[in-house]
Design a protein around this ligand. Sequence first.
Ligand SMILES: [Zn+2]
Ligand SMILES: [Zn+2]
Length: 261
Amino acid sequence: MTELTLTNNLLLKMTSLFWKSMDWLYPPRCCNCDRRGFVLCNECYAEIEPLSKNLCLKCGYPIHSRSGLCEDCRISPPPYTQMRAWASHSGPVQKAIQALKYKRNLALGMTLAMPLVELVNNSGWQIDIVVPIPLSRTRMRTRGYNQAELISRYLAASLNIQHSTNKVKRIRNTSTQIDMDVNKRFTNLLDAFYANPATLKKKNILVIDDVITTGATMQNCTKALLKAGAENIYCMSVARAILRHEKRHKGLASNSALQSL
Ligand SMILES: [Zn+2]
Ligand SMILES: [Zn+2]
């Protein structure tokens, strides 16, 4: 058994034991329906519809054809190799991410990482290092933790892949993107990331975030990693905001997702 396997096995056991003890001491409530005994109960979990059919081969956005690329990827191919998300940013997933992010319901990091393990295992991606999208220092100071890291750390341990939080950094504080349109988000994030070339040459990197909204964060982080010499960048999130093609693709749009961003 390698040192990495031993460390990851230990981390998984410790994490599981820690949350079991916490559940015993402070019985949790479901983040969606308030049912006692679960951070996300089975009924609410079953309501979640994974994004699995008719996805753009590049960015994973729902499209109408069985295979191919979405209009955005055809017109302007993104720099990453592939991007995927588990589910639409609505319903119980949205509630779970809000609880993880703003209500310090940290146990949800492990719960939300579990479906991503399966997604990566089915992707065929060869990954050397898993990294979370970093928070700015200011945001880290106010929140105290990076929600993406809570997910990526458990995911990397489950996949037995190296995890790192120092390969890529946010080098300037970007304005909050809640009320920005797509173009402003891309401009806001230009050169917001720096990746250290010392340990990234020819590496395949999996970047993890909690939510992908316009994809601007993932694209700019990818650019920094490629600039540092990384080979392939794969992007993955728990949730994906379904915002584009709202008029043409009825049923895919979620106004609640847009309003909550
Ligand atoms: Zn529930
Ligand atoms: Zn696409």
